[in-house]
Design a protein around this ligand. Structure first.
Ligand SMILES: [Zn+2]
Ligand SMILES: [Zn+2]
Length: 134
């Protein structure tokens, strides 16, 4: 909240509303469209482009992050903890995985290629236990 205190007027109101809506979803994640739908119930003046711009601004400030889980729109969440999503290519099921599981692989790739893998921006795709054969 403190990071948003500068500025004023209308944009401050929409920023506060959007931040509160994000806090409300807690551990989940949400698309800009779903977030707009929720906010619209009480704030019909805040449209999707405002929500989208605000989410991007929040990301620049380090408040939010987005991830691509599949072919659909990105999902957003507060950067209170790291997220590592596993997304089933067949049924679309999403697992919010333990980030620690990726650390040794990130280190190994960095070691060999000097490349820092970002497992947060895109979900790791594959097949969930229900869809995997056997
Ligand atoms: Zn992206
Ligand atoms: Zn599946």
């Amino acid at each position: 909240m403190d990071r948003l205190r500068h500025g004023g007027g209308r944009s401050t109101v929409s920023r506060r509303v959007i931040l509160e809506a994000l806090m409300h979803i807690g551990d989940a994640h949400i698309t800009a469209e779903q977030l707009t739908d929720r906010i619209h119930q009480q704030h019909p003046d805040i449209n999707e482009s405002t929500v989208y711009r605000t989410l991007e601004r929040f990301e620049e400030l380090g408040i939010t992050c987005h991830a691509h889980l599949g072919h659909g729109p990105a999902v957003w969440y507060l950067t209170d903890r790291q997220r590592r999503y596993l997304s089933c290519s067949r049924c679309g099921d999403v697992i919010d995985a333990d980030p620690a599981l990726f650390e040794s692989l990130v280190a190994a790739v960095e070691d060999r290629y000097g490349f820092t893998v970002d497992f947060g921006h895109f979900a790791v795709t594959g097949m969930c236990s229900n869809c995997a054969p056997g």
